[in-house]
Write a protein that binds this ligand. Structure first.
Ligand code: PMP
Length: 406
């Protein structure tokens, strides 16, 4: 008998299972509102025009080869990524207080950060990562894989379909000092609900007082509002309060449309340059056993754009195209759902929430009917990927939502 004979079947990944069910559906009216990637108005993947240009530039670079990158990644990419997150004139960059590693997109950054904390965060009751309720679908699995414990902080409240800030602040007060708190920098997934700047100030101030360690997941910078600085505001505000340690997991999947290239960074902000150098040396050790060195292509594309003022402003245009279309679809769906029903504001969460996703409040039974009767696919928690909407299907989706809402 095989020594592996007792391996049990793992459950299917819910997200990838939903896409498979959508592909298998032969109804021409079918709509994919599950997809976690941007789609254009024809429901097709969109290659950013600036990425096409960078691609062309790379193709024409005569001495480009296929050698390994350094363990930490492409140098110019690391520097440009730091500036993008923390701001060009950031004091912590000037003082060399940030240890940065190129990672396998945002997932790899979260994982490296989790492995790093698992190894070096001091043993104590507080060696537990606090995540939002509800969490991003992969947060708990990634943290548990790195042998970290988890607990939830209150975040979304279904009654108002918005942030329960009082409960969140109370929990941040109540948990042990020096806790690790995982925060979504912007465009919270799955709820689409972000704190306002004044709420962020309160969150940051409690966390500073309680000496918690902020671990930001930044998967949507520039994609949420179309403005790279606005979407980094929360991170930069925390940095301005001079937390002794702070982590950022950065992904270029959404904002560059580089999903398959696996392009990201982990940044660890330390108290001084000496500690940052030691942290970086340890992260290089973890990187070496995990992936040895990161993949080159996406990092070359990103740094080509980030280092050219002309390409950078084209990128900003592309970001406004994507975020603008999403905002337009939020407005269109809301208007269609509320039209003529005398229910002004019933769907206001559609336009108040931000980023790729909207938490509709539809329950699992309604989601099932949407899928089986209407061929409209969304996750069981009622999360809609807004970029799955377009001018060709938004009326049909409004009709379907209206019908299941009764
Ligand atoms: N964090 C959040 C909140 C996300 O939504 C995603 C993408 N779905 C990621 C991290 C990681 O994505 P990737 O590894 O493709 O960068």
């Amino acid at each position: 008998e095989s020594p592996l004979a007792s391996v049990p079947m793992a459950p299917k990944d819910p997200m990838f299972g939903l896409s498979a069910a959508f592909r298998a559906d032969t109804d021409p009216k079918k709509v994919d509102l599950g997809v976690g990637a941007y789609r254009d108005d024809n429901a097709k993947p969109w290659v950013l025009s600036v990425v096409k240009k960078a691609d062309e530039i790379l193709r024409q670079t005569p001495d480009l080869n296929h050698e390994y990158l350094p363990i930490a990644g492409l140098n110019e990419y690391l520097a440009a990524s730091q500036q993008l997150v923390f701001g060009k004139d950031s004091q912590i960059l000037h003082n060399h207080r940030v240890a940065t590693m190129q990672t396998i997109s945002g997932t790899g950054a979260l994982h490296l950060g989790a492995r790093f904390l698992s190894k070096f965060f001091p043993e104590s009751d507080a060696k537990r990562v606090h995540v939002s309720s509800p969490p991003y679908v992969n947060h708990l699995p990634i943290l548990h894989d790195a042998c970290l414990e988890t607990a939830f902080y209150p975040y979304y409240t279904p009654t108002t379909k918005s942030l329960d800030c009082d409960a969140l602040l109370a929990t941040l007060h109540a948990i042990p000092e020096h806790s690790i708190v995982l925060l979504h920098a912007c465009a919270h997934n799955p709820t689409g609900v972000d704190p306002t700047q004044s709420q962020w100030r309160q969150i940051a101030s409690v966390m500073r007082e309680r000496q918690h360690l902020p671990f930001f997941d930044s998967a949507y910078q520039g994609f949420a509002s179309g403005d790279l600085d606005a979407d980094a505001w929360a991170i930069r505000h925390f940095v301005s309060l001079d937390f002794p340690a702070l982590l950022v997991a950065q992904s270029y999947a959404k904002n560059f449309g580089l999903y398959g290239e696996r392009t990201g960074c982990l940044h660890v902000v330390a108290q001084d340059a000496d500690l940052a150098a030691r942290i970086k040396s340890q992260m290089e050790k973890l990187q070496r056993v995990n992936i040895s060195t990161p993949p080159a292509y996406g990092a070359r594309i990103a740094s080509t754009v980030l280092s050219s003022p002309a390409l950078f402003s084209e990128w900003q245009e592309d970001l406004r195209t994507m975020s603008g279309r999403i905002v337009e679809m939020r407005r269109a769906l809301r208007a269609l759902l509320e039209k003529g029903k005398g229910e002004e504001g019933k769907w206001k969460h559609l336009t108040e929430q931000t980023g790729m996703f909207c938490y509709t409040g539809l329950d699992p039974e309604q989601v099932r009917v949407l899928r089986e009767k209407w061929h409209v696919y969304l996750t069981g928690d009622g999360r809609v990927s807004v970029s799955g909407l377009n001018w060709g299907n938004v009326r049909y989706v409004a009709e379907a939502f209206g019908a299941v809402e009764g």
